[in-house]
Design a protein around this ligand. Structure first.
Ligand code: UDP
Length: 235
């Protein structure tokens, strides 16, 4: 039998991907679809840490008039809503899951403690990292890069609404070129919108590969774990 290519992964799910067609809020079909994919990974013996975005509720940079730090704290709280929804969907199908928040709210979830997160992972418990990095002016892509470095993950699986990295938005520009493989430096030099530059440089400096693919195809996470050529690999 084929072995999974990676032992410990950070799965980054954008908030938007959880909204499905609605584009806002939570789509329960998407939640259970993600849960099934995570379950398949856990059953393969892969240790899964999840970082979820908040864009289906709020992004700090959206506001024109609000104080940016306040708007960003609101965005971090949105990621907590998504994390609890994912935990619920995971546990509904028997995946033991802990949520750890970067902003303490101990009635709701554990605080982020690196060593405890690693202990959970080594027991095949899924850990969801909520509330981003806990700091305004950062993104959940940067959170995924930071946590991946901290927990010594083999790769970041970047599950998106779009199926790969393109030179431009393929919905707006029919000439947009699709990339199969890129280096971190190319992502930075070309200013590709796949992730913000803070996240891309953190991955580059710490040699963390990123596999970008579409979340809507039900088997993509499994394909990615076997190293199949879907989406775009950044390394
Ligand atoms: N955010 C933040 N610090 C972090 C992570 C997230 O301030 O470390 C805020 C920021 O306002 C961001 C929002 O949370 O816009 C939601 O995260 P993100 O935009 O990364 O979500 P996604 O686009 O992946 O759904």
């Amino acid at each position: 039998m084929m072995e999974p290519k990676y032992k410990r992964v950070v799965l980054k799910i954008s908030g938007e991907a959880l909204a499905g067609e609605n584009k806002f809020g939570l789509n329960e079909e998407m939640l259970s679809m993600v849960a099934k994919q995570v379950k398949a990974l856990v059953e393969l013996g892969v240790q899964v840490a999840v970082v979820v975005g908040g864009g289906n509720f709020w992004r700090g940079r959206t506001s024109k008039s609000m104080d940016r730090a306040t708007a960003d704290y609101m965005g971090m709280l949105a990621t907590v809503i998504n994390s609890l929804a994912l935990q619920d969907a995971f546990e509904a199908i028997g995946i033991p899951t802990r949520v750890q928040t970067a902003i303490e709210m101990k009635e709701v979830a554990e605080p982020y403690i690196r060593r405890r997160a690693m202990a959970h992972l080594s027991k095949n418990v899924v850990v969801i990292f909520a509330a981003g990095t806990g700091n305004p002016f950062f993104s959940t892509d940067t959170t995924a890069a930071l946590r991946a470095a901290e927990i010594e993950a083999d790769i970041i699986l970047l599950a998106k609404k779009i199926d790969a990295v393109y030179s431009d938005d393929p919905e707006k520009n029919p000439d947009a070129v699709r990339f199969d493989q890129l280096t971190h430096k190319e992502v930075l030099d070309r200013g590709l919108g796949v992730m913000d530059s803070t996240a891309a440089s953190l991955c580059m400096d710490n040699k963390i590969p990123i596999h970008v693919f579409g979340l809507s195809e039900p088997d993509n996470v499994i394909k990615a774990i076997y190293g199949e050529k879907i989406g775009t690999i950044i390394k």
